[in-house]
Design a protein. Structure first.
Length: 153
């Protein structure tokens, strides 16, 4: 059995355990692979993200009928998550968000925070322009490489 087949079988088994016990979060280490499953909200798609050191694993699928992400217009720059972590739009729950859709930002402006392993990492924009879209939800687990913002020049 190939590694991909084993990982797929492991994911199916972990999803079954998650649903059977109505778990919101499950993290399992198996050899070098680390599987972390997080339920976003009742009835929504279950998100599967490998830990940074683990081999890549595919998302669990579109089980909850969540909408398919829109493609970015050609003129926008995409800000991608540099690491896997929990996305926060503001420095604290009672503080204003760093940026809103329609805000003008400069290269180097802090646009969000990603929490990974209890460390809060300020994410700076690589681009200046107008925030066209905020794609991640506050408090949501995002995977490395996932789109967070669209910035138009």
């Amino acid at each position: 059995m190939s590694t991909e087949d084993r990982d797929s079988q492991t994911l199916e088994e972990l999803l079954a355990i998650m649903h059977e016990h109505d778990l919101d979060r499950l993290k399992v280490t198996s050899g070098d692979a680390v599987f972390e499953l997080v339920r976003r909200e009742p009835g929504a798609q279950t998100f599967v993200a490998p830990a940074p050191s683990a081999p890549a694993a595919a998302p669990a699928g579109n089980a909850g009928g969540a909408p398919v992400p829109l493609a970015a217009p050609a003129n926008v720059k995409r800000v991608l998550a540099p690491l896997t972590g929990v996305f926060y739009r503001s420095p604290s729950p009672d503080a204003d968000v760093f940026v809103n859709e329609g805000d003008r930002i400069a290269e180097g402006d802090v646009i969000c925070i990603l929490e990974a392993m209890k460390l809060f990492n300020e994410i700076q924009s690589e681009y200046g322009g107008t925030v066209v879209r905020v794609l991640a939800e506050n408090g949501e687990l995002v995977a490395q490489g996932e789109e967070l913002f669209w910035i138009a020049p």
